[in-house]
Design a protein around this ligand. Structure first.
Ligand SMILES: [Zn+2]
Length: 300
């Protein structure tokens, strides 16, 4: 299916629910983050309503929902960039330590203080390092070095190293998980979830990643003895009603549609950093497509 057909399919699936839930006259798609409504034309070109991979494609995400261009490029890029950096750094690590599948990643090859941007690829036989620069002088220098290496049966005495630099902000990375978690639960439950007043603080935080609205009190990590199921949505019923969206390295806490108002504030008051908490709840798979289960049950 082309991206255009995917956008239209999501529009046509969600718009009737928006009509039912918000009671609007025409069929509109509401961006789950900013709440602006758009007509079907906005889904045609991908310039106004864009397909949002949830979670990002690099960790197996799919085009689950649409977000507006503004949310996708303003807040989205800033947040998603940190997802990408983290995944790249991990894949470089696994390639260089030989644990990897055949993945490509970017790094800098440093020889005599000169930096060569390269891609690193693991094949069955070897780790291949491919030059990405198109500066002919640099290419010649590296070729000379490689030729010397082969003539001297492998070593000309020069040292080289491979360096990977990523700009990294752990808070923004956690916001990337928050955004993805919010959109996963929204795809599962629909507009009645996304625009519930309990979610306002989450949407505010996603719209303004520079503001420290939630700090990182939405983020928890599994205990060593009690890992939680990965890549799942858990509807917790005890000690409080909330959602946990679990990833490989941790989980985000999101209000549920029956959480107490001011969930994060209650958590902050009652739970200390490092405290272990036992949760009881029901485990769901991440949705493969928009389901809008709460909207489906809603009778205007
Ligand atoms: Zn938006």
């Amino acid at each position: 299916m082309s991206n255009r057909s995917k956008r239209l399919a999501i529009f046509r699936f969600c718009a009737p629910y928006a009509k039912r839930v918000f009671g609007c006259e025409e069929e509109l798609y509401f961006c789950p983050i900013c709440g602006n409504g758009f007509p079907e034309e906005a889904a045609l070109t991908g310039k106004v309503l864009t397909l949002e991979d949830v979670p990002p494609r690099k960790i197996g995400g799919k085009g689950l929902l649409l977000t507006c261009r503004k949310c996708n490029s303003d807040a989205g890029r800033k947040i998603d960039y940190h997802f990408k950096s983290q995944i790249e750094l991990q894949s470089l690590g696994t390639i260089l330590t030989g644990q990897s599948k055949e993945q490509e990643t970017s790094a800098d090859f440093i020889l005599d203080g000169v930096r060569y941007p390269v891609s690193v690829e693991k094949t069955k036989e070897a780790i291949a390092i491919r030059l990405k620069a198109n500066d002919p002088k640099k290419i010649d220098l590296l070729k000379d070095h490689m030729t010397a290496l082969s003539k001297n049966s492998g070593w000309d005495g020069k040292e080289f190293k491979i360096e990977k630099t990523v700009k990294f902000d752990l808070r923004l990375l956690k916001l990337a998980f928050l955004k993805s978690g919010f959109l996963l639960v929204t795809a599962m439950l629909g507009y009645r979830y996304a625009f519930d007043k309990r979610l306002l603080i989450v949407r505010e935080q996603l719209l303004h990643p520079d503001l420290d609205t939630l700090a990182t009190c939405f983020w928890i990590e599994p205990g060593k003895e009690q890992p939680f199921p990965k890549r799942r949505i858990i509807l917790v019923t005890d000690p409080l009603s909330l959602f946990l969206v679990t990833y490989d390295m941790g989980a985000v806490i999101l209000p549920s549609h029956s959480s107490p108002i001011g969930l994060y504030e209650i958590m902050r008051r009652n739970w200390e950093k490092g405290q272990s908490i036992n949760f009881t709840g029901t485990v769901y798979r991440w949705p493969e497509r928009a389901v809008m289960a709460l909207d489906k049950r809603f009778q205007g």
